[in-house]
Design a protein around this ligand. Structure first.
Ligand SMILES: [Zn+2]
Length: 123
């Protein structure tokens, strides 16, 4: 009896302690969000309108980014935005985003430096 009981407790602990992959992913996302709530908004250097919003999802990733967004409203572009890590990006309310282009990519000592161009178009 005691042998069965022990076996059951072990199994039960395994079952209740089990976490699905979805749970792990959800926690990871939440943690990233809580630890790094900041978003960077990239504005046009000429007309000052917000173009794209960057959310840095993994600030510790060995990636240096230099990002420029073109302005679909006045055909100028943003200043160069420099930040580190992996990121997600979305368009502002003013423009839609075209395909992101990596215009330059270098790797030195396992650190990637990339120049990213984001063309935008007036909505
Ligand atoms: Zn502009």
């Amino acid at each position: 009896m005691s042998d069965n009981r022990v076996a059951w407790d072990v199994i039960n602990e395994e079952i209740t302690g089990h976490r699905s992959v979805d749970d792990e992913i959800a926690d990871h996302r939440e943690k990233e969000w809580v630890d790094h709530p900041g978003e960077l908004t990239v504005f046009c250097s000429n007309c000052d309108e917000p173009l794209v919003v960057i959310l840095i999802t993994r600030p510790d990733a060995p990636v240096h980014n230099e990002l420029v967004a073109t302005c679909g409203l006045c055909d100028d572009k943003s200043f160069v935005k420099k930040f580190d890590g992996l990121f997600a990006i979305r368009a502002s309310d003013k423009v839609s985003m075209q395909d992101m282009k990596i215009v330059k990519l270098e790797e030195t000592d396992n650190i990637i430096t990339q120049t990213v161009l984001i063309p935008t178009k007036a909505r």
